[in-house]
Design a protein around this ligand. Structure first.
Ligand code: BDR
Ligand code: CA
Length: 385
């Protein structure tokens, strides 16, 4: 590998960009073309030192992750990606926290445990979180992933849910962040109820979280659950409002438009490449998604991923090939727009001296890097298999 281009940009992001492109043949064989940066990101000097090595810090420490989710079929695939990285000791999953969303929170717990079992990490701590939104839980939002969040697939076994921790999700988030100041990556894949409650209960953690990756919201006003709102922000708009208005750490958002419009992985690859892997986790995901493929009409050639994109970005910064910083908030009262993410885009304001961003929108992802993360997550064999 050679460092081909250093691009320092202090104008809009105050930190700097570094782009490293591959030269070695084996990297090309892994699917990186010469034009695909294997590393292109906004970094601080200390994070670069950790990545490339300098003195005693040379070995990269596994990042500490908390994953808040409403599992959910795509949540499950995102969890498998994280479980794989955990087994490789690239990250340490401190906790998985369950929230109401795709289904009721107790069913979310079952789905999380089923995923942990399939992924071969049954002992990762799981915490029960909020069973409803902060103010009003919409009645029309459930059912996109069946009545149980896992497309009502019959598995013939029920995972042991007595493993759930006594400590609730919100307290667990606060405790882990306080015990590991500046080290925790929080990945939020469902409605932001637990995270908002944690921010309200322990406001000090907002500046102690290392970074947040959120799947939710929209950047072009296109909705999925309503004409203008994305599911996670629609289910608990007040929570999304709290999180975006109180956050105090780098916050990356994978929006609905990124998922359905700008990330275009072929359905053929899903079915005939990823779909042919024969491991417990791959079989579980194939069973969960089969219901959709059998009745697929929305973008039939295109495998739409949501939570997987936020997780991929959290696991590997190289996945984010284009990002843009914004100030964003949530519409709370619109007749047709409740839950819409609203972004400041006025040129004069955005380029003015007082402009302050609170989110980084992920505009494009490296599909090859994303596929690699999925392939390895599906392929990894468990020691007990
Ligand atoms: C989001 O909504 C949920 O149904 C998915 O799990 C994902 O988090 C996409 O809008
Ligand atoms: Ca989700």
């Amino acid at each position: 590998m050679r460092v081909r281009k250093f691009l320092f940009s202090f104008s809009t992001q105050t930190s700097f960009y570094l782009t490293v492109r591959p030269r070695c043949a084996h990297l090309r064989r892994q699917g990186f073309s010469c034009n695909t940066p294997i590393f292109s990101t906004r970094r601080t000097l200390s994070s670069l030192a950790r990545t490339f090595g300098s003195g005693p810090e040379a070995k990269k420490m596994p990042g500490k992750f908390i994953i808040d989710c409403d599992a959910g079929v795509d949540d499950a695939m995102a969890l498998l990606m994280a479980i794989d990285a955990h087994k490789r000791q690239e990250i340490e999953i401190l906790a998985i926290t369950a929230v109401n969303g795709n289904t009721q929170v107790d069913k979310v717990l079952i789905n999380i445990f089923r995923t942990l079992d399939a992924g071969g990490c049954p002992d990762i701590p799981v915490h029960r979180g909020s069973e409803s939104a902060l103010i009003m839980t919409p009645k029309d939002a459930e059912g996109y992933h069946g009545s149980d969040g896992f497309n009502d697939v019959q598995f013939g076994t029920t995972p042991d849910v007595t493993r759930v921790q006594e400590e609730g999700a919100v307290l667990a988030i606060c405790r882990h962040v306080r015990e590991n100041p500046g080290e925790v990556t929080l990945v939020a894949l469902g409605p932001l109820t637990n995270v908002a409650l944690a921010f309200k209960l322990c406001p000090d953690i907002t500046s102690q979280i290392k970074e947040m990756f959120i799947m939710g919201g929209n950047c072009e006003g296109v909705g999925n659950v309503s004409m203008s709102a994305e599911f996670n922000f629609y289910v608990d708009p007040e929570a999304a409002f709290v999180v975006l208005n109180k956050n105090n750490c780098p916050t990356y958002i994978a929006t609905w438009e990124l998922c359905y419009k700008y990330c275009k992985v072929d359905m053929d690859w899903r079915l005939n490449c990823l779909g042919k892997i024969d491991t417990p986790q791959a079989k579980m995901m194939n069973a969960l998604e089969k219901v959709w493929y059998d009745n697929y009409s929305f973008h039939p050639d295109h495998f739409i991923m949501c939570d997987q994109l936020a997780m991929a970005a959290a696991l590997d910064v190289r996945v984010m090939t284009k990002t843009k910083r914004h100030w964003a908030t949530i519409e709370l009262s619109g007749l047709h727009t409740k839950g819409l993410m609203v972004m400041e885009q006025r040129h004069a304001i955005c380029n003015g001296p007082k402009f302050n961003s609170n989110v980084t929108i992920i505009e494009r992802v490296d599909e090859m890097a994303l596929k690699n993360l999925l392939l390895r997550a599906f392929s990894q064999t468990n020691e007990t298999d």
